[in-house]
Design a binder for this molecule. Structure first.
Ligand code: THU
Length: 152
């Protein structure tokens, strides 16, 4: 369920995301991204993008935050702040939207930049038509039915 983020909570998350952005390892793109992912228990997990000389191995800030959260035993998220230096502030890429949607059907999203601009949106708005585990299970059941019919 989506929450309304009180201003003081939003301000705190923005400060964390901007700080995480400064730790980004982005020597190739020079596009630094920070993320502050808030969990249901109020704790905040940080992420930044981590690039690699083998470009395809670069990992976005949002997915690094989700990975750290899951590794720390947290899987329920209600808000994320994503910090960049672009104008307007950048939204999460498609891959990160799918990864966020795995754990939060809807999520409050705040996009910020180093100038102080803020854009408030939601995962539902940015990413309708998510591929979900329900579709996966349905397809798997159909495959099992086909396989067992073939054995008859
Ligand atoms: N990047 C993110 O960290 N998050 C996004 O949602 C979009 C892109 C990173 C990946 C790469 O390190 C750099 O930004 C340029 O694409």
């Amino acid at each position: 369920m989506r929450i309304r983020l009180p201003k003081k909570d939003e301000d705190a998350l923005v400060a964390i995301a901007l700080r995480a952005r400064e730790r980004a390892y982005a020597p190739y793109s020079r596009f630094l991204v920070g993320a502050a992912l808030r969990c249901g228990d109020g704790s905040v997990i940080e992420g930044c993008n981590v690039e690699n000389a083998s470009y395809g191995l670069c990992v976005c800030a949002e997915r690094n935050a989700v990975g750290s959260a899951v590794a720390a035993g947290r899987r329920d998220f209600d808000a994320i702040v994503i910090a960049t230096s672009s104008e307007p502030p950048s939204p999460p890429c498609g891959m990160c939207r799918q990864v966020l949607a795995e754990h939060a059907a809807d999520l409050a999203i705040v996009l910020v930049n180093t100038k102080g601009d803020r854009v408030r949106t939601t995962l539902k708005k940015l990413f309708p038509g998510t591929f979900t585990s329900a579709q996966l299970r349905s397809g798997q059941r159909a495959a099992l039915r086909t396989a067992s019919a073939g054995r008859r």
